[in-house]
Write a protein that binds this ligand. Structure first.
Ligand code: ADP
Ligand code: MN
Ligand code: MN
Ligand code: MN
Length: 377
């Protein structure tokens, strides 16, 4: 990158036209592509990992409906059988492209089979149905995405070496100075965290803040408050941007809930949540009622809160054991924490601390709303 510069800057004086894309027919009629823009279509694969491919659009989209439905070869991503391999990409949310800049865009797309059924890996469709049926509650979510920077290993291998660990393989000094720390050998990977932050804000992803985490090379960013389905869309795009930033900086990102065993913190996705009645006077009583309801179906929630979460929810390292359910004010050893300000104001939000860093935000937010809805009838 450094030697060739951002080649997309070369296009900065092009005069694009705005409007609905006219597809291949639109491009076919043109003598030049100088009025075009480029769209990066991002979707989730069978394992909830973002993938993307790029398309030249005849016009710059002003909203998501300007973008054409596209497709990809689902047999290469385990999302369809080889003999009927096309998976449709239906545009759902539009963002600016923080890598190419200019008038170029990124689009979050949802995967459908040739029969227009949700394809493998599409959890958004069911989340949309649940959010729609409870929209009168106006649910807000804020997810604290923790992640761990890792040293790249062999191609195709999952790295087990955190970026913050010493070159000779020795473990760094115990946890303590790294959380919110500054300085060489204390704050490790700030360039990733900060670059990602700027790129998300430019793209239109609602990042509310960042902080260095407890394990060296571990960080957090918060996305939200987002409304309903928007939570999954923005978190998905934020993860995609993180993969791209770490790719540019020669690092790997791990969203595993316990990337390194031993006396090192795991990584979660604390999910902050409120409905309208929680944010209004008397909201604390609603929060307590919902916490009680969550307790009754704790195991059902855990099933949808991410893979490998048992390695993280041990009761140590600021977690509550996966086998228990507790809620309380300002207690970080609880499954659900009621923030101090919420208890004091008697209204606000609750924090479900159980979702793992690799959780599917559509599953998590849908499950939370599905338990909340009937409990507050
Ligand atoms: P913590 O103290 O747990 O580290 P953070 O500041 O990291 O908390 O994250 C808090 C999150 O809660 C932010 O993403 C914020 O957008 C979100 N949030 C704030 N108010 C609400 C609310 N009323 N409903 C849902 N989420 C909220
Ligand atoms: Mn936080
Ligand atoms: Mn955190
Ligand atoms: Mn938190």
């Amino acid at each position: 990158m450094a030697t060739v510069g951002n080649s997309w800057d070369l296009l900065k004086d092009f005069k694009v036209t705005t409007g609905k894309d006219e597809g291949g027919m639109g491009l076919g009629k043109k003598d030049s592509y100088e009025t075009c823009v480029v769209a990066e279509y991002v979707w989730l694969d069978a394992f909830g990992v973002p993938r993307s491919k790029t398309k030249t659009l005849s016009k710059k989209p002003y909203d998501v409906d300007c973008l054409p439905v596209w497709n990809f070869d689902g047999s290469s991503t385990e999302q369809s059988p080889g003999e009927n391999s096309d998976v449709y990409l239906v545009p759902r949310a539009l963002f600016r492209d923080p890598f190419r800049g200019g008038d170029n865009v990124m689009v979050l797309a949802e995967c459908f089979t040739w029969e227009m059924e949700p394809a493998i890996g599409n959890t958004r469709a069911a989340c949309a149905t649940i959010m729609e049926s409870y929209k009168a509650h106006d649910p807000w979510f804020g997810i604290e995405q923790e992640y761990t920077l890792m040293k790249p290993t062999k191609v195709g291998e999952v790295s087990k070496e955190p970026y913050g660990f010493n070159a000779d393989g020795s473990e760094p000094a115990p946890q303590g100075p790294y959380y919110t720390g500054a300085g060489t050998g204390v704050s490790i990977g700030r360039e990733v965290a900060d670059t990602h932050y700027a790129k998300c804000l430019y793209a239109g992803v609602k990042v509310a803040g960042i902080n260095a985490e407890v394990m060296p090379g571990q960080w957090e960013y918060q996305v939200g408050p987002c409304r309903g389905l928007e939570m999954g869309d923005h978190l998905t795009m934020s993860r995609y941007i993180m993969y791209r930033v770490t790719e540019d900086l020669g690092m790997q990102v791990s969203f595993h809930p316990k990337p390194r065993t031993g006396d090192w913190n795991g990584a979660g996705c604390h999910t902050n949540f409120s409905i309208k009645s929680m944010r209004e006077d008397g909201g604390l009583a609603v929060i307590e009622k919902v916490c009680e309801a969550f307790g009754k179906v704790a195991a059902d929630h855990i099933k949808e809160y991410g893979e490998g979460n048992d390695l993280r929810l041990t009761g140590l390292h600021e977690t509550c054991s996966i086998k228990e359910f507790k809620y309380g004010v300002a207690n970080r050893g609880c499954s659900i924490r009621i923030p101090r300000e919420t208890a004091a104001a008697k209204k606000g939000y609750m924090e479900d601390r159980r979702p793992a860093a690799n959780c599917d935000p559509y599953l998590v937010t849908a499950r939370m709303m599905q338990t909340t809805g009937p409990a507050v009838m």
